[in-house]
Design a protein around this ligand. Structure first.
Ligand code: DX5
Ligand code: ZN
Length: 217
């Protein structure tokens, strides 16, 4: 199980402090938004490079941007542990994933709630993680969409069948109540923004881990 707090819910003028506060998590989830693929704007490579410099834990970069074919490799070159781009935005998802792996990052593909998973099942060997969005990408603080859980079931079955080491990530509306639903559906990597930063992050991270344990044991 991996807990990846999203710093979208952190204080952007105290990012170093807030990133230090999540050192008990597995990865820091960095939401890059370009105001084109999604109607919101966050930060670009310069900022992500500085986050990489100060973070005590590795970076899980989630690109909500147009033309990831052009921009995603730059984030891998900065040293991000994983770089996830959206299936809906990529011109050649397989070529891009191969490029990311070549640079040394784990390659991730993200699916919006309305994007079908079927055509990606046979491409799983090309990826290290699949991010199943449980809200429409763009903003924190939205409600978890149970309706996408069948996609996780299909992915989990294919990961089991193939024996591949592909992590299955959920992102959006993940909190102490919904994380168990995602775990039961097959997720093993959980992104949480507001649920982590609404209180003391270390306490919230521990509570999320405990909630997963209650469901998978
Ligand atoms: C939404 C982002 C998420 C966001 C999740 O587009 O991809 O990572 O930070 O925030 P919460 O956990 O508040 O739904
Ligand atoms: Zn995200």
């Amino acid at each position: 199980m991996r807990i990846n707090p999203s710093i979208l819910a952190a204080d952007f003028v105290n990012l170093e402090r807030d990133i230090a506060s999540i050192s008990t998590a597995d990865f820091v989830h960095v939401d890059v938004m370009d105001n084109h693929f999604v109607p919101n704007l966050t930060f670009g490579p310069q900022m992500v490079g500085r986050i990489q410099d100060v973070s005590p834990i590795p970076l899980d970069v989630h690109l909500m941007i147009d033309d990831p074919d052009r921009w995603a490799p730059g984030y891998a070159e900065l040293g991000a542990f994983s770089v996830t781009f959206h299936a809906e935005a990529a011109a050649d998802a397989v070529a891009l994933a191969r490029r990311l792996r070549e640079i040394g990052a784990r390659a991730g593909i993200a699916l919006k709630p309305g994007t079908d998973v079927d055509q990606y099942l046979e491409l799983l060997p090309e990826f290290d993680q699949v991010l199943v969005m449980t809200v429409e990408p763009g903003f924190g603080g939205q409600s978890f969409l149970d309706a996408v859980m069948p996609k996780l079931g299909l992915l989990r079955a294919e990961v089991k069948r193939s024996g591949l080491d592909v992590w299955l990530q959920v992102d959006g509306g993940v909190d102490e109540n919904t994380i168990g639903i995602a775990a039961e559906a097959g997720a093993d990597t959980f992104v949480a923004g507001s649920a982590v930063f609404k209180g003391d992050p270390a306490t919230q991270i521990a509570a999320l881990r405990a909630a997963v344990d209650r469901h998978v044991h």
